[in-house]
Design a protein around this ligand. Structure first.
Ligand code: ADP
Ligand code: MG
Length: 185
């Protein structure tokens, strides 16, 4: 059995209510309408979730959208951020609640990489390794994305090595909002 196997969380285990609080990281992204306001509202909505508190939030960052459909018009830039939370929720309940926040913001998924009002991804949930049909944690593409690693490094530098940051150096990303060290009220 490999180390990854021993740490793998099967669905039933991942659904057990954690007895002690779990520190998790959530990536936020929006590129339709007033994207910055959508991200700020979503941070507040996450903080308002039951048994969940936002403990750190990154600055807002602007990045160019990934190509969606070949030949399609270029999508507007994204506003991205990452927050740290402390929660007593299972990873599945957290995902469900984040999806409700996405839906309230008017999210639909017409095609891959389509512009979206709001995208909320669980990057890390404690040190859990989850691989199921509905949930993969750590998020499978987080280490390839500057719009995740740069804001994550801002609030949790211990999680992002210099090598990881170097790996996404070529991707354009611009800080547009100043970080607030305070938790959301
Ligand atoms: P993406 O975020 O990759 O652009 P979506 O937001 O449309 O794509 O997510 C599609 C599905 O990804 C969701 O229905 C959810 O079940 C699944 N998913 C798997 N792992 C995660 C994760 N770590 N965070 C959020 N969603 C996840
Ligand atoms: Mg998503």
């Amino acid at each position: 059995m490999t180390k990854a196997d021993t740490k793998a969380v099967i669905p039933a285990q991942a659904g057990i209510h954690p007895s002690s609080p779990v520190v998790a990281y959530i990536a936020l992204g929006a590129n339709l309408g007033n994207a910055a306001q959508t991200v700020l509202d979503a941070i507040q909505a996450i903080n308002d979730l039951p048994q969940t508190q936002v403990t750190k939030k990154s600055s807002l960052y602007k990045t160019a959208a990934m190509e969606s459909l070949p030949g399609a018009l270029k999508s507007p830039d994204y506003i991205n951020a990452v927050v740290e939370i402390i929660c007593h929720q299972t990873a599945y309940l957290l995902l469900e609640q984040l999806q409700k926040i996405e839906q309230k913001a008017g999210r639909n998924r017409p095609y891959l990489n389509a512009p979206r009002t709001l995208d909320l991804d669980i990057l890390l949930y404690g040190d859990a390794q989850i691989q199921t049909e509905t949930l993969t944690v750590p998020h499978p593409r987080m280490w390839q994305r500057a719009f995740v690693l740069v804001p994550l490094e801002e609030i949790a530098p211990q999680l992002v090595s210099a090598e990881r940051l170097e790996g996404v150096k070529g991707q354009g990303i611009q800080r547009v909002g100043i970080a607030s060290p305070d938790a959301v009220s």
